[in-house]
Design a protein around this ligand. Structure first.
Ligand SMILES: [Fe+2]
Ligand SMILES: [Fe+2]
Length: 290
């Protein structure tokens, strides 16, 4: 990318996203790629996959509401334009993961019912904490909540899912790698734009730290529900299928118990939060462990 291109410009977005890694994709993957039959034919694995995908749709719907809401709360033109590109990214993420639900056999008329049935209540609360800041047009809290907390979480979850799916489900892995590239851009904006605003408004620190603590609590509770009530590992074992030896954060997920995977993910995300919040001058607050 040329130095002359503003990192938050629409021009930069066009060159680095639609004209780059999204070129020739459909719904985020190569044309013709399909969910593996193996998942589609096993009732338990299919339901677990639908359930996991619903959480992605819920998270991305929250990001879509948040990024679009932030446009009108932004104090400067460059941020508004960046958030317009982010809004389209998030709308695309919602669409891609919704399409995955259809690919997994959810019927269009059952979409909202399926989302309601499987949406993790703790993830819904996580979203509510953020969207309340957006409703009040609180730009600083909104950007920290979305571009650092929500997207820092999404980034790590997607990377873990990518590791687990790379060899067994290339279609899903491809949609994740495009999404990860988008999230990396969004997180970068959060850090770069908000550091100076926090310095100008030190009075906001306490409120932002409180929000981070609350959101982190609901995130950990979501992880706990997702890993502890997941039947995938048992089902694969019962079917005599070896899990792929996926490497994530230096460990082999293919031999780990779900509780240990939960721990690795939680530790990874919280460490990221600490680093990123530190860079913008916010002191990371340790949440209670659910
Ligand atoms: Fe997203
Ligand atoms: Fe995002």
């Amino acid at each position: 990318m040329a130095d002359t291109i503003d990192a938050y410009s629409i021009q930069n977005w066009l060159e680095s996203c639609p004209q780059s890694y999204l070129e020739n994709t459909e719904y985020g993957h190569a044309a013709g790629e399909k969910e593996p039959d193996f998942f589609l034919q096993n009732e338990v694995l299919l339901e677990e996959t639908i359930k996991a995908t619903v959480q992605l749709v819920v998270g991305e719907r929250c990001a879509l509401s948040a990024s679009s809401g932030l446009i009108n709360a932004a104090p400067d033109e460059a941020s508004r334009r960046f958030l317009a590109t982010q809004t389209l990214d998030e709308a695309r993420h919602v669409e891609v993961f919704t399409q995955r639900l259809y690919d997994l056999g959810v019927r269009k008329k059952d979409l909202e019912g399926t989302i309601q049935r499987y949406a993790n209540p703790n993830l819904v609360k996580f979203a509510e904490v953020l969207l309340e800041k957006i409703d009040r047009k609180d730009f600083i809290s909104g950007v920290v909540g979305q571009n650092i907390v929500l997207e820092g979480m999404a980034f790590s979850v997607f990377e873990m899912m990518y590791a687990m799916n790379e060899s067994v489900n290339p279609k899903f892995a491809h949609t994740l790698s495009g999404t990860i590239a988008d999230e990396r851009r969004h997180v970068g904006f959060g850090e770069n734009r908000i550091g100076s605003l926090i310095r100008e408004h030190p009075e906001k620190r306490g409120e932002v730290e409180q929000m981070q603590k609350e959101m982190s609590y609901f995130m950990l509770a979501t992880f706990a529900d997702a890993f502890r009530n997941n039947r995938t590992v048992d089902e694969l074992e019962a079917a005599g299928i070896e899990r792929p030896h996926s490497q994530y954060q230096g460990v082999d997920l293919g031999v780990m118990a779900p509780e240990d995977m939960e721990q690795v993910l939680a530790d990874t995300v919280l460490k990221e939060f600490k680093t990123r919040l530190g860079r913008i001058g916010i002191e990371y607050q340790t949440p209670t462990r659910p």
